[in-house]
Design a protein around this ligand. Structure first.
Ligand code: PLP
Length: 444
């Protein structure tokens, strides 16, 4: 059988499969897709390869990918690929509970230099969900190490911190429901206004008042931690008012509650800065990051903590340290990929570029705010959100965009564009034009 071929923008060529229907049929028979209704057929788009901000499907169609939450330096970035191969050839991994290896040390040191000052110790895990579980375990353990036990956690009702039992127990999102009960007491803050009224500064006092009430003043029931995302991704693509993290830090300081910031989605340039905490000039007690860290090339997440949290674990009664980790935590190839990704991020100043391109895209999309079917247009760094009047309309926008060669994401009634941070001006303009055209077709 003859495979067909496509050229990639970087000049290489990649074989397409000889029998696309057989590939799709195998997927339908054997792959259990994450977060997907059984009736849906994800094999309808089966991706073959990518380069830069484009991907090709197995039929040879090319798409501009504005759907990958973790894409920083795009597809097939030679520096990242080289770093991974070199590391795998030398030492693919060694269990960090037994020994050290250089890539883990280099990455942890590099993060200490990039993160808000004071977050200089990092635990590596494999996913955002695991990182979040570790962070909450650390926060609650911290208080028992001080002999002042606290276990309550305050968070957004619409939060999404992951798929594990602990992380999903915090949220009230229907997709996170489970029948196993809550592992710890949680106070959930409802948004005081619709997302479209929350993104400006005037929304800040009501939001803070809701957190202040949730934190409370009862000395016997103060929270161990307040855990928040700087942008509610799964919870409705919600942009929070500027200054929120800074004011929340002050509320935490007043009660001793640890501030845990979940930057799994926002870190490494996506929010228009290396970290959203830096935008608000805030040092959390614990910061969880993942997606952009290795640009999606290999799974890795980082839980970075202040020294007092780390040092408290000397008082752990069982091993005098953290009783958490995975065989593949701090995988050497993942650390090498992350170091190479950070090189690209810094060399090409991708956080600044994300801020500039995001502002440009927001300007181009802003006129849609008055269009039929659209409730709001908002953005945070290189995250662009067009909130429509219904999930059905948002789904139709995605379908029309895909037919025209643009991949977008849907969050409820919102359409979200998250192109790789390396996208160029021309690509960003194509995202705006493609989304605008898809919306026009979807409402027609
Ligand atoms: C803010 C946030 N936290 C945690 C997670 C969970 O990360 P993972 O899917 O890597 O487990 C996600 C994933 O979308 C996220 O957006």
């Amino acid at each position: 059988m003859n495979a067909s071929w496509t050229s990639t923008p970087s000049g290489g060529s990649t074989a397409l499969t000889a029998d696309p229907e057989a590939v799709r049929a195998r997927d339908r028979r054997h792959v259990w897709h994450t977060w997907t209704p059984l009736a849906a057929d994800r094999s309808a788009l089966t991706v073959s390869h990518g380069a830069g901000h484009h991907v090709w499907d197995i039929d040879g169609n090319v798409y501009l990918d504005a759907s990958a939450l973790n894409s920083t330096c795009g597809y097939a970035r030679p520096e990242v690929l080289r770093a991974m191969v070199e590391q795998a050839s030398r030492l693919h991994h060694f269990d960090l509970s037994v020994a050290g290896h250089e890539p883990a040390g280099l990455l942890a040191e590099r993060l200490a230099g990039l993160l808000p000052a004071g977050l200089d110790r990092t635990l590596f895990v494999n996913s955002g969900s695991e990182g979040f579980d570790a962070a909450v375990l650390m926060a609650v353990s911290y208080w028992s190490h001080l002999d002042r036990p606290r276990s309550r956690v305050v968070t957004f009702a619409r939060s999404y911190h992951g798929a594990t039992l602990l992380s999903r127990s915090l949220s009230t999102l229907p997709r996170n429901r489970h029948p196993l009960g809550s592992p710890l007491p949680v106070t959930r803050v409802e948004l005081p206004a619709e997302p479209r009224s929350l993104r400006e500064e005037p929304a800040l006092p009501a939001l803070l008042a809701a957190f202040e009430e949730a934190i409370g003043t009862d000395p016997d029931d103060l929270p161990a931690a307040v855990v928040v995302e700087p942008f509610l991704n799964v919870g409705g693509a919600v942009v929070l008012p500027p200054g929120f993290l800074r004011e929340l830090r002050a509320l935490c300081d007043a009660t001793g509650a640890l501030l845990v910031v979940d930057e799994v989605f926002t870190a490494y340039g996506r929010c228009g800065a290396m970290f959203a905490a830096l935008r608000d000039d805030v040092t959390p007690d614990i910061l969880v990051s993942s997606k952009g860290l290795s640009g999606g090339y290999v799974p890795i997440a980082a839980v970075s903590v202040r020294r007092n949290v780390h040092e408290s674990f000397a008082r752990d009664p069982v091993i005098g340290g953290l009783r958490y980790g995975h065989t593949t935590s701090g995988h050497a190839v993942a650390c090498a990929a992350a170091l190479a990704t950070l090189d690209v991020l810094e060399k090409e100043r991708l956080p600044e570029r994300a801020e500039r391109l995001g502002a440009d895209l927001l300007r181009r999309l802003a006129p849609l705010a008055g269009a039929p079917g659209v409730l709001d247009v908002r953005g945070f760094g290189l995250i662009l959100v067009v909130e429509t009047e219904s999930p059905e309309l948002a789904a139709r926008v995605l379908t029309h965009a895909r037919q025209a060669g643009l991949l977008l994401r849907q969050v409820g009634a919102a359409v979200m564009a998250v192109p790789p941070l390396v996208i160029d001006d021309e690509g960003a303009a194509a995202v705006a034009d493609g989304l605008t055209a898809a919306l026009a077709r979807a409402v027609a």
